[in-house]
Design a protein around this ligand. Structure first.
Ligand code: ZN
Ligand code: ZN
Length: 272
């Protein structure tokens, strides 16, 4: 894989972070690795550099082999380990200017920053990353559709609601990594403060199991081979509830493999 970066590196002024970062919602520390041939990209780094390295080794991969790191948005559960990781492995960060402005103080000095925008493709040889805008309580947050040799993999986490724009991006996928954050009744009855519950349930919060099912119903097709349920709250959800809701949304056709990403163990590397 070559490093065919399609966007120039430019500097964006780091704004003083006078608006404190919101706490992570949902409790999942996130990262996803997408690999093609010798290289690959990492999307988000919610774990420390050390823990991420251990998890990569567990799936027989290394942070040293990456081409770039992408960030979806500035919430700490997505960027906690980002700065040290980028510096230690001399990797360029790809994220929106909005995310960078919000996150730059916690990220520190970076080897390289490449601004991305929703709708503008970024190419790494045969791997093409398509950012799309997400409805979330972060500045210029995005998620991604990854294209590789005719295959399409969608990532849809940290979304407050299912929109026509998002479902249009996620059509005809081969694989979908989707948020199934909470069960609404468990959230309502759970220990979170009222204001936090309201944020999670808002149009810029997180997808409930039901909303995840709504999204799956809108994008399912015979070619969808893999669904990974992600960003699942340990406090406000139960994996079986999420699995049943998602499976019902996909219908009786069980040709779509479903996996639940766990917080404490890396998900096995999967090939499409
Ligand atoms: Zn978030
Ligand atoms: Zn998150």
């Amino acid at each position: 894989m070559n490093n065919g970066f399609s966007l120039p590196s430019v500097s964006v002024e780091c704004q003083k972070n006078d608006c404190p970062l919101p706490p992570p919602l949902g409790g999942r520390l996130k990262f996803s690795i997408l690999s093609s041939g010798s290289g690959g990209i990492l999307i988000d780094a919610g774990l420390s550099e050390k823990k991420l390295s251990q998890r990569m080794a567990h799936i027989d991969r290394s942070l040293n082999g990456l081409d770039a790191v992408f960030a979806t948005h500035e919430h700490t559960d997505h960027i906690r380990g980002m700065g040290p990781l980028l510096r230690r492995h001399q990797l360029p960060l790809y994220t929106t200017e909005g995310t960078y402005k919000r996150a730059c103080h916690s990220l520190g000095k970076l080897p390289g920053f490449n601004p991305i925008r929703a709708g503008q493709f970024v190419e790494f040889g045969e791997l093409v990353v398509e950012p799309y805008a997400t409805p979330h309580d972060a500045e210029e947050s995005v998620a991604f559709v990854i294209h590789y040799r005719g295959l399409r993999l969608g990532i849809a986490t940290d979304l407050g609601k299912v929109t026509a724009e998002v479902t249009s991006k996620l059509q005809k996928l081969d694989a979908l990594l989707i948020e199934s954050n909470h069960d609404v009744e468990m959230l309502d009855a759970g220990p979170y403060p009222w204001i936090t519950k309201r944020r999670i349930k808002s149009d810029v919060g997180h997808l409930s199991n039901e909303a995840c099912g709504e999204m799956l119903s809108a994008v399912k097709h015979s070619g969808l081979r893999l669904v990974v349920l992600m960003h699942m709250s340990q406090t406000n959800n139960h994996p079986e509830l999420a699995r049943i809701t998602a499976r019902q949304a996909l219908g009786q056709d069980d040709s779509t493999k479903m996996i639940i990403a766990e917080q404490n163990h890396p998900t096995a590397l999967m090939a499409l």
